[in-house]
Write a protein that binds this ligand. Structure first.
Ligand code: MEV
Length: 326
């Protein structure tokens, strides 16, 4: 049996705009997805017969990436993330699946996190009708604080380039790492609205909006500028400025129609105890995030307002193989 873990992610700034080449900044969170794979005499997922059409990420990795032709597999998934909630659960699933399968077919090869991020991105793009930035998969694979942008960003450590043919043309991203000062007294508190929101549909909705109203591209560009100033604040450890940039980002996300009454409810319930608060991920439902020095209080506010909280420290590790103990 092989087992692998990949973390979820929280986008601090730049969701949606990153699909159009603007920068985004994301951090890995402590919770994630663990996948175990063992050879079997029939195909099984979570104790049920595996139907590949119902699991596009897993079947893409098995068939298109690995071209797997070995014995049937029994696949188990343990997730600490809400799904379709903006926390990168499908990216974490793709990465954990890719890592566990690689360990099964090539146990002597070391896990290459950049290759894994590419595998995860191709699975996401396949499931999102060709419109996926590498943000979720790169952050989950590499861990820490990751910047994804159409152009390399000065002051960050370049890691790899990624390209994708999208329905709107060819896209290219530069993926880099940011070293952030040790942040001891600030936490991220994620609040799940309880409303699932498929990323592919939200990304398509923004694409339709920009086609029908090209002036909305100004909002996308404004998110890019806010992201750049949020990134400078983060690099210098100025968390008050980081919070203000998060709030400014939320204003622009509202203007492109990706917030929702449920998200706004949790955002207003937490703003009194937050340095900054905004939706995170695709929006339309899913999660908001609060940057705070008072995580317990924010978690209580989220619960009282009807949401489900998840407290995380900043930028934990990336994807990894879980070594079996005999
Ligand atoms: C989803 O977590 C982030 C989006 O920007 C989509 C993407 O980057 O592929 C909404």
């Amino acid at each position: 049996m092989t087992r692998a873990f990949a973390p979820g992610k929280c986008i601090l700034f730049g969701e949606h705009a990153v699909v159009y080449g603007q920068p985004a900044v994301a951090v890995s969170i402590e919770s994630g997805v663990e996948v175990s794979i063992s050879e079997s005499n029939r195909w099984v997922l979570e104790g049920m017969p595996f139907e590949s059409s119902r699991h596009p990420h897993i079947s893409h990795i098995l068939n298109s990436v690995f071209k797997y032709s070995g014995p049937p597999l029994e696949i188990e998934i343990k997730s600490g993330l809400y799904s379709a909630a903006g926390l990168g659960s499908s990216a974490a699933l793709s990465n954990a699946m890719g890592a566990a399968l690689q360990e099964l077919v090539s146990p002597d090869e070391n896990l290459d996190l950049v290759s894994l991020a590419r595998i995860g991105h191709s699975a996401e793009a396949n499931a999102q009708k060709g419109r996926a930035s590498p943000t979720d998969t790169a952050t989950s694979a590499l861990g820490g604080c990751i910047v994804v942008s159409g152009n390399p960003i000065p002051g960050t450590k370049h890691i790899f380039e990624s390209t994708l043919e999208t329905p709107e043309g060819s896209r290219k991203w530069s993926i880099s790492r940011v070293e952030i000062p040790k942040i001891e007294d600030v936490w991220l508190v994620l609040g799940f609205t309880g409303v699932g929101s498929p990323t592919g549909e939200m990304v398509e909705g923004v694409s339709e909006l920009l086609k029908s109203n090209p002036l909305k591209m100004a909002e996308i560009e404004a998110i890019g500028e806010i992201t750049s100033s949020g990134l400078s604040a983060l690099s210098s450890g100025n968390m008050e400025e980081v919070g203000l940039a998060m709030n400014a980002c939320q204003d622009r996300l509202r203007n492109i129609g990706v917030s929702s009454p449920e998200l706004e409810n949790l955002i207003s319930a937490t703003e009194g105890h937050s340095l900054g608060t905004k939706l995170t991920g695709a929006g339309g439902g899913g999660c908001m995030v609060s940057l705070t020095r008072n995580p317990q209080r924010v978690a209580e506010c989220i619960e009282i307002a009807g949401g489900r909280p998840l407290i995380s420290r900043f930028g934990s590790g990336g994807a990894r193989i879980i070594v079996q103990e005999n």
